[in-house]
Design a protein. Structure first.
Length: 237
């Protein structure tokens, strides 16, 4: 896809909407790393979420399943004037393009956290091969993270760096599968009922230890699933 200018993205009103109207500053089909970027359907917000790496995708599902999370906004732009002010104070070179943060998450208690997602801790190892060959890349990384940290502190928002290697990929994958049946209209059989109930937390199973064998569980738990599914239907708004 042809790259859009920052000006065009601002004209489109990116990052200004809320809920299902929100659009991240950078879309998956506009990313340079198109091979690892992807679009995710968020069944709660009823919108497409654009993630730029597999680590971002893993974190998204972990966040989406949390009862503490009220809203997730990906690729959130940072105000260019504030970024410029931070750079002047720090003695950094002022970016020529608008910067964005991987995720801005709002909790149910009103607090918020901004996340920068990296593949693994080796990205901060200045003795690694990637930085021995290109030392300026390490300095650029630290500069960018410092800018993000300062920026969100000014907004009263916590800033955290998350490493994909630290995330539970089994947990995220189980959640992703279940959330595919979040909407009742897709439920057709006992197995999909189980996924629906897990997505809505009507049934509690360990999601973080191993990939769930849904077909087998559906056979073993058929009576409980049918009872819970009926109960869930009666309690729907």
């Amino acid at each position: 896809m042809r790259q859009k200018s920052d000006r065009k993205k601002l004209e489109e009103g990116r990052c200004l909407g809320e809920g299902r109207e929100y659009v991240g500053f950078l879309k998956a089909n506009e990313a340079k790393s198109i091979g690892t970027a992807s679009e995710i359907w968020d069944p709660i917000e009823k919108r497409t979420v654009d993630v730029l790496s597999q680590s971002e995708k893993t974190l998204f599902w972990c966040l989406r399943y949390s009862d503490r999370v009220a809203e997730i906004r990906e690729q959130m732009l940072m105000n260019a004037s504030i970024v410029e002010e931070i750079c002047r104070c720090r003695g950094f070179r002022i970016p020529t393009n608008i910067l964005s943060t991987d995720f801005l998450v709002t909790h149910t208690d009103g607090t918020s956290v901004a996340y920068s997602v990296k593949a693994d801790r080796d990205e901060f190892n200045r003795d690694s091969d990637r930085y021995r060959l290109y030392p300026n890349h390490y300095n650029k990384l630290l500069t960018r993270q410092t800018i993000e940290c300062d920026y969100w502190k000014r907004h009263g928002t916590d800033f955290r760096i998350i490493f994909g290697s630290d995330l539970n990929k089994v947990y995220a994958r189980n959640i992703e599968i279940c959330m595919g049946w979040y909407d009742r209209c897709y439920v057709t059989d006992t197995e999909s009922k189980l996924k629906y109930l897990l997505a809505h937390k009507w049934i509690d199973l360990p999601m973080d230890t191993e990939p769930l064998r849904f077909a087998r569980l559906a056979q073993m738990m058929k009576d409980e699933i049918e009872e819970k599914y009926k109960e869930a239907g009666l309690c729907r708004n």
